[in-house]
Design a protein around this ligand. Structure first.
Ligand code: DLL
Length: 446
């Protein structure tokens, strides 16, 4: 794969990442039409829905009219479990990945060799934008297995020619040893695990300056700017955000580059983005709404207008950057995670931003939506102090006031002893729990 020096960081595939937007749009439209032809030929649920709205062939659709085509959702995956949305013949499938999903039901996605190749390309581009090169050593602590994190990074790093250590998640002591001995320059894992590793180093007296890490590519779960600062401080690296979901491909749908101004470059030549409001109508750039992706090139489980449930805003390319790709904001929340507390809409990420803006708060918290009395739900928030000697009562008072000022809502804040809030050593951090009945989900939070 060619490498060219762009403004800021090198482009891995300059002919696509740096293409003129109108030229890219032509490619996207052509790919959209071929996708529609594939879906019609496969004759599954998506093909039937297209026919029902009068589409008989790819030529009948255009990007301008995309918003008139039917959406597909997680429920469609469940209803057609295990492989009802597959479009390729079974013999063309080379692997299957899955996610347990927020409601615990598995979502299975079949990949062809072509899909794995696309995945390696977009992941190579994502890592390249973070400054990863053939000379890099990538410590990959995302889980390997059906989860797409480990293998997604792995495909991209090997495509770039970097060295990747497939250490996977867990066994933290061994991870610390390898981070010290092999001196990797790149760390890939969830942001909460990055914090976990950083704190584990700090507890053994090892400082960020003693580590070799230069950049981290963190994602798979929501995190805020405040969390980014915490990770960067703990590990002494530049922390970048990577986004993706199994249904679309895995990590690599969008990723920050060193020069993308805090937004994530979308691999839009493969995954066409839209943001829609609650009525399914497209929203203008800059307006947050539900992200919808169309997999323009996938063949195993191609999706037309997949509703992700993730809330973000779209933006144009970064001014002056060699990358001409459209960008998205960080994920602000999920449509199913939006809490409505006594009429006030709250995303957990807004709570995180308030908590972690206070230097006395450690980057571990749990939000409990107490719904035992449906007529008067409460937000109960558990935090831990950085310094156990701190005055807990003062911290509780100040956080309650800060949350009220930001959200317009009275919350119940409890400062709990260090190490009281469960950490995720493997998998994704659980920051939000719903309390409908029974005992309190976390002792001390009554
Ligand atoms: O989490 C893929 C991935 C792996 C992305 C490694 C980045 C790094 P799933 O397990 O299917 O796939 O979960 C997808 O995770 O719909 C979002 O709600 C959430 N998510 C993923 N990345 C981010 C992020 C992988 N950077 C679901 N910020 C998505 C916030 C994220 N949420």
């Amino acid at each position: 794969m060619a490498t060219a020096q762009g403004v800021g960081t090198p482009l891995v595939a300059p002919e696509v990442e740096g293409a003129a937007p109108e030229q890219r749009r032509g490619v996207q439209e052509q790919r959209l039409r071929r996708l529609v032809d594939r879906l019609l030929a496969a004759g599954g649920l998506q093909g039937e829905r297209l026919r029902a709205c009068g589409v008989e062939r790819g030529e009948d659709v255009s990007l301008d009219q995309l918003h008139l085509l039917p959406l597909v959702s997680k429920e469609d995956f469940w209803d057609s479990y295990p492989f009802g949305l597959r479009s390729a013949p079974a013999e063309d499938v080379v692997c299957v990945h899955g996610s347990s999903g927020t409601l615990g039901r598995p979502t299975l996605v079949a990949y062809t060799a072509h899909d794995v190749d696309v995945w390696a390309q977009v992941m190579a581009r994502a890592l390249g934008g973070a400054g990863v090169t053939r000379r890099s050593f990538v410590h990959c602590s995302y889980g390997y297995g059906m989860f797409t994190g480990g293998l997604g990074v792995h495909h991209g790093a090997t495509r770039l020619g970097a060295t990747v250590l497939p250490v996977s998640s867990g066994a933290t002591d061994r991870q610390l040893r390898l981070l010290l001995d092999l001196r990797p320059d790149v760390l890939c894992c969830t942001p909460s695990y990055a914090i976990y590793l950083g704190e584990a180093f700090a507890s053994t007296g090892i400082t960020a300056e003693q580590l070799s890490l230069r950049v981290g590519v963190f994602g798979a779960e929501p995190w805020t700017e405040e969390m980014r600062q915490g990770v960067e401080r703990l590990l002494g690296l530049r922390a970048l955000n990577i986004y993706g979901l199994t249904e679309i491909i895995g990590p690599g749908v969008a990723c920050e580059s060193l020069d993308s101004g805090g937004l994530l470059n979308i691999a839009e030549d493969h995954f066409y983005p839209e943001v829609v409001g609650p009525d399914g109508q497209p929203l203008a750039d800059g307006q947050p709404g539900e992200l919808v992706f169309t997999t323009l090139t996938k063949t195993g489980t191609p999706l037309l207008r997949y509703r992700t449930g993730d809330v973000a805003a779209l933006h144009g390319p970064a001014a002056g950057s060699a990358r001409t790709l459209r960008r998205m904001s960080r994920v602000l929340g999920r449509t199913d995670d939006m809490l409505v507390i006594r009429g006030v809409n709250v995303f957990p990420s807004e709570v995180e931003a308030v908590l972690l803006a206070d230097a006395r708060v450690a980057p571990h918290y749990l939000i409990v939506e107490d719904r035992r009395d449906r007529s008067r739900p409460e937000l109960r928030i558990a935090v831990e102090p950085r310094d156990p000697q701190d005055d807990s009562a003062a911290l509780e008072h100040d956080l309650t006031a800060a949350l009220h000022a930001r959200l317009g809502l009275s919350c119940i804040v409890r400062v709990l002893p260090p190490d009281h809030i469960p950490r995720a050593e493997t998998g994704k951090a659980r920051r939000l729990v719903r309390w409908d009945y029974g005992v309190v989900p976390l002792p001390g939070l009554e």
